[in-house]
Design a protein around this ligand. Structure first.
Ligand code: ATP
Ligand code: MG
Length: 797
């Protein structure tokens, strides 16, 4: 038996041999279930000896999105189409999977599949060039007017419509190239958000301006398979919702196969017009975290993909834990991520209908009023014994339920329970509670009710009332399918498709509102939006873009395999997105005074520094004065081999300005306090010194630069998988998760920026202006460092 580590290593080796990128291979190998799936599919394809990258990417996508219901066709499919290279693109894969899932385990007509997936269709580069040229020509006027703000997605779709089986990445590359040819490189204006264009003219890019516009260059480089895979392709269409959803087995040996009747489905389709309808159903009992971003990616993303509708539904059945503050925050953060709910609803909007259903349940003998205490219910459940009140007369339950509603029965003295199957193997069928008494006002419904429905009772019924086509939730709800469908069955309502996916977990973090609440309430962090948390509010404050979060979700896809995503993966997407959009600036976190002794005291000279070095010509001014500041770590009083920064008698470049040659230094209490040097411009033809220093000059001769506070973050938890038991997880907290540097300096370009503005401070990382900033104090959060290697400290911990 090999150890887990060996298995992962071996899997990683095989994944690399099919051309996956190092990171992708590593993550795939670390996720147990996914690893198994991918290894199996590689074996089925007979490609364990390796294959090219394109085939590898197709196998990778197949491992997570091959339709579950058609599994027996998988070996034939991968051998016949992927191993032979007949199927070339992820679009073809999507089309094939769609057809396969409609066959399920029935025999497949392979010629139909080949037709549907365009097998054998050859698209030449010349055809792509021509199709792109046609679309660019047809949209030329709009392209010239909107320039890089034009929706490229629309153009791509137009090309694909005329050339269905063209490779998406190649089309994108060609399109970007032709657009570049037409418009020329991006200007500063192209980087500013369109609606704010006028207001921002000539000003440095502020709040979100420079950061939300996407840069075409990085997009063109993105050929990673995940970008082109369609994570939603495998969900059935709303019209197909007449299959058996679930089979509920009862303790008396009977079985209930639950499906929509033709009549119910027709009624439903009449209301929705066949559209996809989903819901994102947070309980407003805390702030949302990155796991909820995955849920939104699934719920909103799937509806968007098929031009359907997604509700934002507050699942608010527990007034004790819920607050208006959370409701407001959730709406705000959903909008920040860029999702637009079709409607905002509350489960409590349906309290009247839910009450009606409860009366109906009692009348049909499917619910009864119970008087057992919570402890008694628990003890009876353990012994699988029915409640002594289970068979009381219907009339009595009706009257008591009415008394509960009128507030004449005390809290804890009665509940309404569903009459399910107390001896069932599935504890979710043990006569779940439908209603409890709580004399607590409700943040949304006010004090209209003193009985509140339970989650299990409410969720499925509101799904049915809102005509949800796909009720998508996380895996822990899988065992609740039985009760979900039982209730819809006995009330004879329409039934949505229910599908469960894995929760998102990220290493070095906790993602549960309960734990996050504890960290906030007990002061381990400074509020729900502390940038060390993976709450969406924390990520926003830290400077992370919504696009980076969505890209992460797109890459991990919608799978049922549990596992932890490494924090590196999130950082990778943050960097990739910020690199394209964050203007650069020079700054020094721990300044050391450098006196340029050959310059007069009133010397002031402006140099042009690059906003996007090596990528665009845009510049911003930096001022060279007799006194400038360099990083303390960039000077050593004794030089050594392999050290390129400043030391006595040594020369370095002051970036964008010229050469400084160190002539001396002052020391006090063992610490270097000042360095002396001579400044000389770099003459044409001279070889510049190897060491290049970041530096900050005085805004005017003799005037000190404004200092700012830099908040640098490390992981919140030392351990990669945070302990789960009792309070032990709190012991895993990293005491060094926050470092504050108060005396940092930068150019005025930064010191005047508004909260939310993002920059790359050269060599130091990506930063974002924190809302703690006041006119007299600038605070910057480091969103992330420039390279993953800087996070090496994380490894092995
Ligand atoms: P938590 O355990 O963090 O409190 P929750 O499940 O109680 O989360 P809800 O507000 O009920 O939070 O969740 C709203 C939706 O988000 C649900 O569909 C839930 O399944 C989903 N969700 C919650 N956490 C995650 C996660 N880590 N990954 C993916 N989806 C999640
Ligand atoms: Mg919940």
């Amino acid at each position: 038996m090999t150890s887990r580590e060996d298995q992962e290593k071996e899997a990683e080796r095989i994944f690399l041999s099919i051309g996956l990128a190092q990171k992708t291979a590593e993550t795939a190998a670390s996720k147990k279930k996914f690893r198994g799936e991918l290894l199996e599919i590689i074996r089925e394809a007979g490609l364990d000896g390796g294959c090219d990258r394109a085939q590898g990417a197709l196998l990778y996508t197949s491992a997570s999105t091959f339709p579950d219901n058609a599994r027996s066709h998988r070996p034939h499919f991968v051998q016949e189409y992927i191993s032979t290279g007949k199927l070339k693109s992820s679009d073809q894969l999507d089309a094939a999977f769609k057809l396969l899932s409609s066959y399920g385990e029935q025999p497949v007509d392979w010629s139909k599949l080949e037709e549907a997936a365009g097998i054998g269709v050859v698209v030449t580069p010349a055809q792509i060039t021509e199709a792109v040229a046609n679309v660019v020509k047809a949209n030329e006027a709009q392209l010239l007017a909107d320039r890089y703000h034009m929706n490229v997605g629309k153009l791509l779709a137009a090309v694909k419509a005329s050339l269905k089986w063209a490779d998406g990445a190649k089309v994108k590359q060609e399109l970007d190239g032709q657009i570049l040819q037409l418009l020329g490189p991006k200007t500063e204006q192209d980087l500013v958000k369109p609606d704010k264009k006028k207001a921002k003219e000539k000003k440095p890019a502020k709040e979100n301006g420079a950061v939300t516009a996407k840069n075409a260059e990085t997009k063109a480089e993105d050929t990673e398979a995940w970008r082109h895979a369609d994570p939603y392709a495998f969900f059935p269409s709303p019209a197909d919702n007449n299959k058996v959803h679930t089979t509920v087995s009862f303790s008396d040996g009977t079985q209930l196969r639950i499906a929509n009747s033709a009549e119910k489905l027709a009624e439903h389709l009449k209301v929705t017009g066949g559209k996809v309808v989903t819901r994102f159903p947070p309980e407003p009992n805390g702030y949302l975290h990155i796991g909820h971003a995955k849920a939104m990616f699934v719920d909103f993303g799937f509806a968007e993909r098929y031009s359907g509708d997604c509700y934002l539904r507050f699942d608010d059945t527990n007034p004790e834990a819920e607050k208006q503050e959370y409701i407001d925050h959730i709406q705000d953060i959903v909008a920040w991520l860029g999702y637009k709910p079709w409607k905002v609803t509350y489960s409590s909007d349906y309290f009247a209908e839910l009450h009606e259903f409860a009366v109906q349940l009692i009348k049909s003998g499917n619910a009864y009023v119970d008087h057992q205490t919570a402890d008694e219910i628990k003890a009876y459940r353990e012994e699988r014994r029915p409640s002594p009140w289970r068979d009381r007369p219907i009339e009595e339950s009706l009257q008591l339920f009415e008394d509960m509603r009128r507030g004449v029965i005390d809290e804890g003295k009665a509940t309404l329970r569903m009459r399910m199957d107390p001896k069932n193997d599935n504890y979710n069928m043990f006569d779940l509670i439908a209603y409890r008494i709580k004399f607590t006002p409700h943040p949304h419904a006010g004090d209209a009710w003193c009985i509140y429905p339970s989650y299990d009772y409410t969720h499925c019924l509101v799904d049915a009332l809102e005509n949800i086509t796909h009720s998508l939730c996380t895996l822990e709800f899988e065992s609740r399918r039985a009760s979900y469908f039982w209730l819809l069955h006995v009330l004879d309502t329409y039934k949505p498709v229910v599908w469960e996916y894995a929760r998102l977990n990220i290493t070095h973090n906790v993602l549960s509102k309960r734990k996050l609440n504890r960290l906030v309430t007990d002061g381990f962090v400074h509020g729900w939006d502390d940038p060390r948390l993976l709450t969406l509010a924390g990520l926003r404050r830290r400077g992370v873009t919504p696009q980076a979060i969505k890209n992460l979700c797109q890459e991990i896809g919608i799978t049922r395999s549990d596992g932890e995503i490494h924090l590196h993966k999130l950082d990778h997407h943050i960097r990739a997105d910020l690199d394209a959009t964050s203007p650069r600036a020079l700054a020094v976190l721990e300044p050391l005074r450098l006196v340029l002794t050959n310059l007069p005291t009133d010397h002031f000279q402006a140099f042009d520094a690059k906003v996007f070095p090596g990528r665009a010509e845009d510049t911003y001014p930096v001022s060279l004065t007799r006194v400038v500041y360099i990083a303390a770590e960039d000077f050593r009083d004794v030089d050594s081999k392999g050290y390129f920064a400043l030391a006595p008698q040594k020369a370095c470049m002051l970036k964008y300005a010229g050469i400084v040659t160190c002539t001396g230094f002052e020391k006090s209490g063992g610490k270097v306090t000042e360095v002396h040097a001579e400044f000389n411009p770099l003459k044409e033809g001279d070889k510049p010194p190897k060491g290049v220093l970041s530096w900050v000059g005085q805004p005017a001769a003799g005037q000190e630069p404004t200092m700012f506070e830099a908040r640098l973050y490390d992981v919140l938890f030392k351990t990669s998988s945070v302990a789960d038991t009792g309070d032990e997880w709190l012991d895993d907290l990293n005491p060094g998760s926050l470092t504050v540097k108060t005396g940092a300096v930068s150019t005025p370009r930064i010191t005047q920026a508004a909260p939310g503005t993002r920059f790359q401070l050269e060599r130091l990382g990506y930063f974002c202006v924190d809302p703690d900033t006041t006119p007299s104090k600038l605070v910057l959060n480091r969103t992330c460092t420039l390279k993953e290697t800087n996070l090496a400290a994380l490894k092995g911990k």
